[in-house]
Structure formats: structure tokens, C-alpha cells
Design a binder for this molecule. Sequence first.
Ligand SMILES: C[S@@+](CC[C@H](N)C(=O)[O-])C[C@H]1O[C@@H](n2cnc3c(N)ncnc32)[C@H](O)[C@@H]1O
Length: 269
Amino acid sequence: MHPTYELTDAGDRYFDGLVDKFSRSLYQAPRGELRLAMLDYLLPQMLQLDQQPVLDVGGGLGQQAAWFAERQHPVTMTEPSLDMLTYARHWHREAKALPCEAMAYVHAPLQDLRQQAPGPWPLITCHAVLEWLGDPRSAIAHLTSLLAPGGQLSLMVFNRDALRFSNAVKGNLEKALSDRLEGKGKRQRLTPISPVTHAEVVEWGAENNLEVASVAGIRVFQDYLRQPPTSDKERETLLALEKKYCQQDPHWRLGRYLLYTLIKSETSQ
Ligand SMILES: C[S@@+](CC[C@H](N)C(=O)[O-])C[C@H]1O[C@@H](n2cnc3c(N)ncnc32)[C@H](O)[C@@H]1O
């Protein structure tokens, strides 16, 4: 029997109890490796990086926070799941040997960060979090309020259109046709409860005076392969293919995740 996992009153899914499942099914699997390799390739191109402080919202197991800390950014990682935050803190210290002063940790959901980590921040990352919220639209307003004028938001969302496509490819035609794509957030399933479309990101960004500076698709091809790569050579070729087309129309639009740089206008408060 699996324990039943509950959503919060706001309808959010915190990842308590999911450390093992999340690290096994994502980061110890080829798709997690590819995601990290693509972020490593794209973030330096899509962001202006000058060792500025970073707020990593919903940082999970702490990979992205470590990536910035290793590049000499002071990082504040926030997480509402104590399990995830504890794992990340331990992993940063033991496995990554990050100096304590490089990292700060805040145990809070993004809705509470105006009190707990108000900033304003020149750079915020929020990767693969919106799709686990009951109200992803209002999350953009919360994040914007933490950004400094001219600040950058690196936002990555689980792409609803790609979810429809992959359901069709797997033969779940009724599900794709009826558009019942979202998960319920119960048990240990990792199907997001609020997958997001590109059109929604553009609309919600505009509502908050955020300009879409750049966009890319993450894992444009990998999930649709009939034969996954079996050798390092094939994995390298797949990575080269993903890099070549991740910012090209129409391919980026079907990336499993969509990665954005959103800029807050200089005149916004
Ligand atoms: C799919 S994981 C992504 C973790 C990490 N950002 C990454 O890219 O690997 C989603 C994370 O969002 C967190 N989360 C859920 N609700 C949240 C909220 N209201 N505020 C901030 N984080 C939240 C979960 O606890 C979980 O760690």
C-alpha cells in the first residue's frame, strides 16, 4: 500500500515522501541527464550571468542551486518540502562540497517568499514547479513581485501540448482527444497536476509586465524515440540533435519542458 499524498489547501503538491522516487525516476535516468545537459548548454546563452545572487524557487533535490553555486553565485534555495530541502542541503555539503557560506536555505512555498526572501532579486529560477501548483497563473505574479526592475526570471514549465502528443504516441488516444491530461497529484505518480501551454506563459507574463526574452524546448526528441540510445555514441548524437533544434521553430514547441527567460521591465516596481 502506498501512502496517500495530499494536495495543500492551495491545491499544490509538495514533494514530501518523494525524494527516492523523484531522484530515481528523473535524475538517475537518461531523461534527467539530458535535462541537466540541456540546461548546462542553454542557461549561459539565455541568461546574462555575472555572479549575481540567485533565488531558486522550489529547488527540489538542489541540482540547479549547485550549478549556480559552482559558478560563484550566492544562492538562496527555497522549498516547501522539508524532505527535499534536507536532501539538498546534505547533498550540497557532502557530495558537492559547497562551502556553507555559498548557500542559504528557506523552508517555504513560493506564496510566502515576499515575507521570507523578499529580495528584490536580480535573478530568480523557478524550474518545473508551476505544473505542481493549483494556481500557476498567480505564481507568476508572486515571482514578479520578488524580481528587481530589469531582473531575469528563468522559468521552466511542463508543456501541456507535448503531454498531449506523447499520450497519442503511446496509444492513449481517448485521453488525448478528451484532453484529460493532468494528473491528480495523488500517490507517487509524477504526472503534473497543472501542465502549462506556451500561450499561457506569454499571457501570464504580459499581465505582469514580463518580456519574453528567449524560449527553448527541453527534450524535444527524446520521449518520442522508438529506440532509446544504447551506447554513449548514440547518446551524444541525441544530445547534439536536441541542441541543434531546441530553439528552432517548430521543434521547440513540442519540448517536454519549455524554458523561458522573462525580464521585468525597468520601470516596474
Ligand atoms: C518537479 S520538482 C522540481 C524541482 C527542481 N526545481 C528541479 O527542476 O529539479 C517540483 C518541486 O516544486 C515544489 N513545490 C510544490 N509546491 C510548491 C510551492 N507552492 N512553492 C514552491 N515549490 C513548490 C515541490 O516540493 C518539488 O520539490
